[in-house]
Write a protein that binds this ligand. Sequence first.
Ligand SMILES: Nc1ncnc2c1ncn2[C@@H]1O[C@H](COP(=O)(O)OP(=O)(O)OP(=O)(O)O)[C@@H](O)[C@H]1O
Ligand SMILES: [Mg+2]
Length: 306
Amino acid sequence: MAHIWPIGGGKGGSGKSFLTSALGRLMAGSGKRTLLIDLDLGAANLHTLVDIPYPAKSLSDFVKKKFPLLENVVLETPVPNLFLISGANDTLDIANLPYEQKIKTLRAIAKLGYECILLDLGAGSSFNTMDFFLISQNGIFIATPEPTSIENIHRLIRSIYFRRIRQCFTVMEFKELEGEVVNVFGDGSFNKPECMMQMVKKNHPEIGLKLAGDFTGYRFKLILNQLRKQDDAALGGQICRLIEKHLGLKVEFAGNIAFDDHVHDAICQRVSFLDRYPYTRTACDVRELSNHIISSAGDQLQINYS
Ligand SMILES: Nc1ncnc2c1ncn2[C@@H]1O[C@H](COP(=O)(O)OP(=O)(O)OP(=O)(O)O)[C@@H](O)[C@H]1O
Ligand SMILES: [Mg+2]
């Protein structure tokens, strides 16, 4: 079965597309059939990072039923074993995919016959982004070591857990739950996943059990990108501990990626950073992370919508 790694971040420019393309190249280079999917709908640019200046077809051709199967819109890249579903040409009209289309796309992604699938998600916490993130246990969060980026990642992680809870209920049921959480735990408590989960377990024990299982099954990871010399290398670990303390949610700190101006140079020259600058600290960081990510991948897909 395919491993799927959704890559998300609270803020634009944190390095999601750079990391998606770099991990994809490494996975493909190790002989695995690897597919990148650009789900940054409305601002897609992953094709440029894998040297396809003008993608001939894209995800919207599947969404708009020009092609019946998601496989039909897969593009070959110049890199052996590396394939792309581009989000280019996806004008804003599919940036907010209708619910049915999203489910169809999620199911089609899960069925694709690739060993490794990496999803480059849009910044922030739109419903699309969160639903695509929740397709797999292996979601990766990427942030930079700046307070604004960290604040946004904290918010995104909380929203994603709430989104998972929300997926199990109707609008009315969820509203009722929120009301009860506030009654029992006080104002502002509906913002705390732990309080919400306690209420779910009490009022809907079966769903509570299922969700608790999902949450323990998640192998979500945090990567800090663009670390400069003066930054604290231990920051990522501290953020994960804070997330666990405040939200009761486990996210593993997977590692840092050093800042390097050559990333910009490689992108401008449209070449692979890892091939052009293989001995830099940044390239070593990405290779180490790739090995760790592959070796600790979970298997279970999560497409459970009520
Ligand atoms: N480790 C790094 N060192 C130096 N520059 C980097 C590094 N990672 C990414 N960058 C730079 O940051 C910029 C943003 O990276 P990227 O496009 O991957 O971010 P993104 O999260 O996909 O942004 P968006 O949300 O806008 O799609 C790139 O132009 C790249 O030059
Ligand atoms: Mg991007």
